[in-house]
Design a binder for this molecule. Structure first.
Ligand code: DC
Length: 225
């Protein structure tokens, strides 16, 4: 693999999405938001009224859903079967169901393959963010970073992204939702959320977006210069 890769993993609210976009823009690389792909499949599963416990039906729906996702960090659009789902995939319903859908092994196999193809098609460099990038999707990536942050910092970030005036109650509720999702993502049998043995851990709790971006850009230059 000749493409330069930054495999960026971490739990919800660790700042991965904003960081990836900014880092990719500064490096002149593309970016892939793999969480958005799991969300798009989840959206399709919910649209089809499929029982989330029926793994066979979930896998079948994933198989029948065509996903197209842009990798331009300045213009993010994702479609499922031709329908623009860029906003719909952030709904509370999708957020509540996505852990169940992403725990189905056939769904993961399908998306990991699409993710590797996106990497192969990116000529210069790609920031690819998710939960299993360093461990499963790109185990040979020369640069792997795992972002962490305290539960409070992550809940605050996620809530303020949705509503800049979010109340303390909303932040507390978000913290509970993130806790539930993390427990499912970390405890699942297939590709659980965990740092690869060779990833660098970066705690972003007390860092600004700019500080995190700067550190990653420096790491990318050091790794690929
Ligand atoms: O990054 P996000 O919150 O949009 O991700 C949504 C869900 O997708 C998350 O709860 C776990 C799952 N996911 C995954 O299992 N593997 C990935 N590489 C990315 C996301």
């Amino acid at each position: 693999m000749t493409t330069r890769t930054l495999a960026l993993d971490g739990p919800a609210g660790s700042g991965k999405s904003s960081v990836s976009r900014e880092v990719a823009q500064r490096l002149g690389w593309v970016m892939l938001d793999t969480g958005a792909m799991y969300r798009a499949i989840t959206w399709a599963v919910l649209q089809a009224n499929i029982d989330l416990d029926d793994h066979l039906a979930v896998a079948q729906e994933a198989h029948n859903t065509t996903i197209e996702i842009t990798t331009d960090p300045g213009n993010f659009v994702i479609t499922a079967n031709g329908e623009d789902v860029t906003s719909a995939i952030r709904s509370p319903e999708v957020s509540a169901a996505v852990s169940a859908v992403s725990a189905v092994p056939q769904v993961r196999e399908l998306l990991v393959q699409l993710q590797r193809e996106a990497v192969e098609n990116s000529a210069f460099g790609i920031v690819i963010e998710g939960r299993d990038i360093g461990t499963v999707v790109l185990p040979d990536s020369k640069l792997k970073v795992f972002l962490t942050a305290t539960p409070e910092a992550r809940a605050r970030r996620r809530s303020l992204e949705v509503d800049p005036l979010a109340s303390i109650e909303t932040i507390a509720q978000t913290q509970e939702e993130l806790h539930l999702r993390d427990a499912k993502d970390s405890g699942r049998e297939h590709s659980p959320l965990k740092p690869a043995p060779d990833s660098q851990i970066l705690d972003t709790s007390d860092l600004s977006l700019e500080q995190v971006v700067e550190q990653l850009v420096i790491l990318a230059h050091q790794t690929y210069s």
